[in-house]
Design a protein around this ligand. Structure first.
Ligand code: SAM
Length: 274
């Protein structure tokens, strides 16, 4: 990939997804796009750029393939326990010890990848309701830009690796094990709605209003400061007053937003809409 080709594709990818490939990532981008070139029978990365940018209707479908290959989809069930413990503490304080919610709790897993995060939250709520013998109506929306991971999230059949941090009792209760794969039960699946949503798309946020919780973990890391600000500002608007935003444990709102109140929990911070 020449320097010019890298710049053309980097800027195109940034414009469409917000994902910013630094020049040090030229090799990574090249290796991720090589398969696309081969599959389309194109001779150069410049050809691929023109195919994406000016291709006929059919070629526009290539954008979805591009989104699949430029995204990093690492995730797992019960990822980063301190953040999940904080979620549990908030739920407990607000809905178990406090008053029952007037309307179903709305939770959004933005950038959900193959669904483990959203399904983890559903399982946690189901466990809490069973333990406390209460009913907390809730709905979970799970969105991502990659159609490939969304398809997988809808199938909800997971590898051993995906459930490596999941308690045996939870695995037994909510999954059916078959040939070393873990099929999530319908009782959990039915609580999660899975959809395409591009965090770059200002208009798309309209559909994600009045959220009690937004989990936007491990995606801001791929964006530059301008894009991070834009996403976090939108998330602020999407939350109910006093709603919570959780970002990745290695991510920070420092220099990004002062609108949220940081609440300290053991080993983590949750951001509350002030
Ligand atoms: C590393 S995964 C994080 C999954 C999950 N949130 C977690 O923390 O385990 C990052 C996800 O962000 C998605 N993503 C990247 N850019 C996006 C965008 N512009 N809009 C929506 N999703 C995006 C990727 O497709 C990928 O599935």
């Amino acid at each position: 990939m020449t320097r010019e080709e890298f710049t053309l594709l980097r800027d195109f990818i940034y414009e469409k997804t917000g994902i910013y490939f630094a020049e040090t990532k030229t090799y990574l981008l090249e290796s991720r796009l090589t398969n696309r070139l081969n599959e389309l029978g194109l001779g150069s990365f410049e050809d691929y750029y023109y195919h994406l940018k000016y291709g006929a209707d059919r070629a526009r479908g290539e954008l979805a393939n591009l989104f699949d290959v430029v995204t990093t989809n690492e995730t797992s069930f019960f990822r980063n326990p301190p953040q999940l413990d904080a979620f549990k503490i908030i739920l407990q304080k607000t809905y178990v010890n406090g008053s029952a919610p007037a309307s179903p709790i709305r939770i959004w897993s933005a950038a959900c990848s193959t669904g483990e995060e959203a399904y983890t939250l559903a399982i946690m709520l189901m466990e809490m309701m069973e333990l406390r013998r209460i009913n907390i109506p809730f709905s979970i929306l799970a969105t991502d830009i990659s159609t490939k991971v969304l398809e997988s999230a809808r199938k909800a059949v997971f590898s051993q690796y995906s459930v490596r941090n999941t308690d045996e009792a939870i695995k037994k209760k909510y999954f059916t094990e078959e040939n070393n794969m873990y099929k999530l039960k319908e009782t959990v699946k039915k609580n999660v709605k899975i959809d395409f949503m591009n965090l770059m798309d200002d208009d798309a946020y309209r559909l994600y209003r009045q959220m009690d919780f937004i989990f936007c973990r491990n995606v801001l890391i791929y964006f530059d400061e301008k894009m991070k600000k834009k996403v976090v500002d939108h998330m602020y608007e999407c939350l109910k007053p006093k709603g919570f935003l959780t970002i990745g444990h290695a991510e920070s709102l420092h220099n990004i937003s002062r609108a949220f109140k940081p609440l300290v929990f053991p080993g983590t911070i949750a951001y509350q809409k002030g």
